[in-house]
Design a protein around this ligand. Sequence first.
Ligand code: ADP
Ligand code: MG
Length: 334
Amino acid sequence: PNVVNKIAAGEIIVAPMHALKELIENAVDAGSTSIEVLVKDGGLKLLQITDNGHGIDREDLPILCERFTTSKLKEFEDLSSIGTYGFRGEALASISHIAHLMVTTKTAGSSCAWRAHYGEGKLVPAKPGQNAAPKATAGRGGTQITVEDLFYNIPSRRRAFRSSSEEYAKILDVVGRYAVHCSGVAFSCRKHGDSGVSISTPSAANTVDRIRQIHGSAVANELVEFESSDQKLGFHASGLATNANYHVKKTTILLFINHRAVESTAIKRAVEQTYSAFLPKGGHPFVYLDLEVEPHRVDVNVHPTKREVNFLNEDEIIEMVCSEIRSKLAQVDS
Ligand code: ADP
Ligand code: MG
């Protein structure tokens, strides 16, 4: 069974960025206002996420990494979300099957923090021969998840990563997306051994300012706001898009559907089409799109590693959003 679990986990977590995305979403779900990421060797040696969220109860620690352990049952029902994001209560379980996982956490009601180590879905001792039970330790409120030696037991996968800077770039992309989207959360991302941070967004900044911190003033100064919604189609969209007098070298779409970073080829194609009437050849848009769709309309057949998401009435919704962007572009253009 552990071989099966390992293979399944390796399909969910294909690269360090996939583990990180899950861990960031957990930290956001825990109500954190600060999320710090520390990375060593492109995330293969170390991936550490420190948040100041509500923490995990001591009594929940023994089953934390069992499959389908989730405290988000309400969300489960509300979102009918086994389908919505492909899986629930599987992220930590998966990670524990393909890495060394340590959790240090403190809730507001606890006088101390607790530290636990996991392997293959279960509590394991910090060192061989020791007791596996969680240990009391000093710590601040919130949770720190430490993932070490990702894919240590899948040598072929491990070998497939040639450049840790490539993996780090993907990690920065994920952190950057959530840093733009999550107002009220201060994000930082740092490479182990570096004195400076690669990403740092103070929580108070508005969306334009967060885009400025991550993508620079050139982009941030040329954004138009858009908003579109329709009750019958069951969606609300808002966002920021570069105007017709400005372009970037490569289409960049920061897409969030129901607060999860996802990809949509259909949206990308439609946005590029919309801009093609306004931009010179070789010029591309930068768009941040925050789309909320009634959860039961989101396609249920999405594999967890595929961030690609489909939803009902996709064509109509995309057309409404793009026509809103088009009208904004026309305004600024004239
Ligand atoms: P899911 O997020 O789908 O519930 P996960 O495997 O990602 O499943 O996490 C399992 C559970 O562990 C969560 O439901 C939550 O209760 C707890 N958890 C994980 N990370 C954190 C965190 N950073 N802060 C608080 N609780 C957490
Ligand atoms: Mg999760």
